[in-house]
Design a protein around this ligand. Structure first.
Ligand code: HEM
Length: 414
């Protein structure tokens, strides 16, 4: 809008708020839910109910978000309030179905306390709590006829959804799957647990502080604790230490996915530092950060951390799940550059509002959007029959070569 010379107005706020929820629950949430439905039964070694809960929760999220977007952005419609209430109810039921289905898996599992499992359990709990908080916010908007979600409540929801729901799953999968793929050394278990505890206490304080409107200490201290907890996890994961050993595997998926993973976690560290500075300012101990920085920090976390991790994990895991080859891996190289440009510009020009800054933010938006399109092209291509055929042919050819080599090898007699 600023790039086109349209003034920021109430429309800007209604659209940016509903954009935030759609991105968190739609883009990141559906991705995390899909991956969790696939991976959690394997990690906990228990079967899962299929396919009703998966399809039901997916459609409920989609419908809920469509209604939320319509109800909030077309707030002058007489039925806007009804749309918001139904949106809240549908999204809550979706999260409940998701939680209930995974609870059915986790409940009977022998191991619930491993380094990955603890994150997945907390992720399941925060997912339904995020749905509940969103429901409360929708009721308030509808009852008061407000086009904008109550800011402190909205902020609590954003933190709970990003750190409690999305990040817990990312951490759980990182300890298990990403660690295995990157051949990282075993995680520091005590630090992993401490990070989990700090994150939980911090998030509870953010919710209680913002909903109880408890002044300028409880929620900011919660922000500091959850940021320290999230930062500690990166150390516990040993992501930036050299790999423990190398193994030979048939290459599958995007082979530079570790770029995304390592850069994503670096953005997380930067985002946590920014959140701590913002919280110290709010408490009144410092005065370091301009007010506008609170918005770039959201995108350092959501585009920088969450989206990089989604790109990295999806480009590696989905070809494996599908047994399919990526035809255009260079699209992912370009997406990596575009996404990074988008976040860097947003960060650089997010500190103050100026004419050139507004233009730069428009360019940042376009760059990130094109990156997301390239990623989508790559993923949709992987989910085709021709991609599966290409992989089968390649693996069969490798198998034939190995067979020939074994046949030609001299027999060793004992
Ligand atoms: C190229 C991609 C994106 C663009 C252009 C974009 C743009 C924006 C804009 C213009 C705002 C309004 C506030 C501001 O000026 O900063 C906003 C807010 C927000 N965005 Fe994004 N965004 C993008 C991606 C994402 C992603 C991937 C997520 C989450 C996974 C996300 C989550 C949010 C949230 C939570 C808010 C705050 C909403 C609120 O204040 O309630 N955004 N975004």
């Amino acid at each position: 809008m600023p790039l086109l010379g349209i003034e920021r107005s109430l429309t800007w706020l209604t659209h940016s708020q509903s954009h935030g929820i759609i991105q968190i629950f739609g883009w990141a949430g559906l991705f995390v839910m899909g991956l969790a439905y696939h991976v959690v039964p394997r990690i906990f070694n228990r079967p899962i109910q299929y396919p009703v809960p998966q399809q039901l929760s997916m459609w409920l999220v989609i419908l809920g978000l469509l209604l939320r977007f319509t109800g909030q952005s077309l707030y002058t419609l007489p039925i806007a309030g009804l749309f918001l209430i139904v949106a809240g109810i549908l999204l809550f039921i979706a999260m409940f179905v998701f939680t209930w289905t995974l609870y059915g898996v986790i409940r009977y599992s022998a191991s619930k306390s491993g380094p990955a499992e603890i994150w997945l359990v907390t992720g399941v709990i925060w997912s339904v709590l995020s749905g509940a908080i969103h429901l409360v916010i929708m009721f308030r908007m509808a009852m008061h006829g407000e086009p904008i979600a109550h800011p402190p409540w909205n902020e609590a929801l954003i933190h709970v959804a990003i750190f409690g729901f999305i990040t817990s799953f990312i951490f759980g999968l990182s300890v298990k799957a990403i660690r295995g793929f990157l051949l990282l050394k075993p995680p520091h278990e005590r630090m992993n647990r401490l990070s989990l505890v700090l994150l939980q206490i911090g998030l509870v304080m953010v919710v209680v502080g913002r909903f109880g409107e408890l002044g300028q200490v409880v929620a900011p201290v919660g922000l500091i604790l959850s940021s320290v907890g999230a930062g500690m996890f990166v150390v516990a994961l040993r992501l930036f230490e050299p790999a423990s050993k190398s193994v030979h595997r048939i290459p599958i998926g995007y082979l530079r996915y570790h770029w995304y993973v390592r850069l994503g976690f670096s953005w997380l560290l930067l985002g946590c530092v920014m959140l701590i500075l913002i919280a110290l300012d709010e408490i009144g101990l410092t005065n370091m950060v301009a007010v506008q920085v609170s918005l770039p920090v959201i995108h350092v976390l959501t585009l920088g951390f969450v989206t990089n991790l989604i790109f990295g994990a999806a480009s590696r895991f989905i070809p494996i799940f599908e047994g399919a080859d990526i035809r255009y891996p260079h699209l992912m190289n370009v997406a990596f550059v575009l996404l990074t440009i988008s976040i860097v510009i947003r960060l650089a020009f997010g500190f103050s509002i100026s004419e050139i800054g507004e233009r730069a933010l428009g360019i940042s938006g376009a760059s990130g959007f094109i990156g997301i399109i390239l990623f989508s092209i790559m993923i949709f291509q992987v989910m085709t029959q021709s991609a599966r055929d290409a992989y089968s042919k390649r693996v069969a050819a490798i198998g034939r070569v190995k067979l020939e080599m074994n046949r030609d090898a001299p027999l060793v007699k004992f």
